[in-house]
Design a protein. Structure first.
Length: 361
């Protein structure tokens, strides 16, 4: 499909700067495909929209404190993002620089109060990808240990930009809690699987009382989630690989669900991509259930046949994004554009901290 088919215009005022409190009071646009009907509700009303026996599957990835503040030799600060530990004491990072940086340059990491942390990055070589470097560290500590001490919340760039327009601090202390789902447990993601941000412990308990079963997968969201599609045609876009794992208990739950002919309610596009990538292995009942772990670069666009997604909970996505294409594959592109027009007209809040959509069969 043409990438420009995924364009739409969004007033900047509708980009959510902060989540709603409590989380489950966010708005919920409900679309019933078979009836072609739309309702406008609140997320805490979800139990009434699902059925006893439904299986709710979500991504339990926990966001790394991957944002870095670095001191330049000139004394100024630059921001960086930890991407991965390529070897002990060696990191791949992305740097947001306005001046020159060069191999051999030492960049001390500072804490949230701009004080030296004792950790230093020594730039080794520039990579082909824009802004990316390989850097050695002056410590042998594990990456997670270091990041837990000195790293910050890697908020999406559009939230930082929107807050700067409002002359607000780009990062706030409460983001450390707000930008994690309440069920996050597997640390390693560079971005939050944001469709899950609307759940509260109370809502999950109410769903369980209602007879909705719950299961989890893990997909560590990578840097690609921030990158717009720049190719004229979507199929020519290179999707960044992301690591996922699915535990044996989740495989067993899905097999029982399908054997009973009951619905799968999937929370978020990352969970959809995980399930659809592994659908063949999950549904292969000739093999005993087992843990699954692999990489996915699955691109889902209109024409895709879903095997493990009957209903979808999702946020409102950026234009020209693979996430928008995935939702269009489930709803239909023109219908999705109409739903987005309705949401804009009714002042829904968009993107990571915004409102939600529930797509039902």
């Amino acid at each position: 499909m043409r990438t420009d088919e995924l364009d739409y215009s969004l007033p900047a005022s509708l980009i959510a700067r902060h989540p709603v409190y409590p989380r489950d009071r966010s708005r919920l646009l409900v679309y019933r495909r078979a009836a072609d009907a739309v309702e406008h509700l609140r997320f805490h009303e979800l139990p009434a929209l699902l059925a006893a026996g439904d299986l709710l599957v979500a991504n339990d990835a926990r966001v790394l404190p991957a944002k870095l503040r670095l001191r330049k030799p000139s004394g100024g600060l630059l921001s960086g993002l930890f991407l991965e530990e390529t070897a002990p004491g060696c990191w791949r990072v992305m740097l947001k620089t306005r001046g020159r940086v060069a191999p051999g340059m030492a960049l001390p990491v500072v804490d949230s109060h701009d004080q030296p942390s004792g950790v230093e990055l020594i730039l080794c070589r520039r990579l082909e990808e824009k802004g990316q470097w390989i850097a050695d560290l002056n410590t042998a500590q594990a990456a997670l240990t270091i990041l837990e001490k000195v790293g910050g919340v890697p908020l999406p760039p559009y939230i930082e930009k929107a807050r700067s327009v409002d002359r607000a601090a780009p990062f706030q202390e409460k983001d450390a809690v707000d930008y994690q789902t309440v069920y996050a447990r597997s640390t390693g993601s560079l971005a939050c699987p944001t469709a899950g941000l609307h759940f509260t412990p109370g809502l999950l308990a109410e769903l369980a009382r209602h007879g909705v079963k719950q299961a989890f997968v893990t997909l560590h969201v990578g840097l690609g989630t921030f990158l717009p599609v720049r190719t004229p045609r979507l199929e020519n876009h290179t999707v960044s690989r992301e690591f996922f794992s699915i535990g044996r208990s989740t495989v067993e739950s899905i097999r029982r669900q399908r054997a009973a002919g009951r619905r799968m309610v999937v929370v978020g596009t990352t969970t959809v991509r995980t399930l659809e990538t592994a659908a063949g292995e999950i549904l292969d009942v000739s093999a005993p259930p087992h843990d699954l772990a692999a990489w996915t670069d699955l691109l889902i666009q209109p024409g895709f046949t879903f095997r493990l997604c009957d209903a979808l909970i999702t946020n409102f996505h950026l234009p020209r994004s693979t996430l928008l294409a995935l939702v269009a594959a489930l709803v239909g592109l023109e219908r999705l554009k109409d739903l987005y027009r309705q949401a804009i007209r009714l002042n829904y809040r968009f993107y990571s901290y915004g409102d939600a959509m529930l797509i039902l069969p």
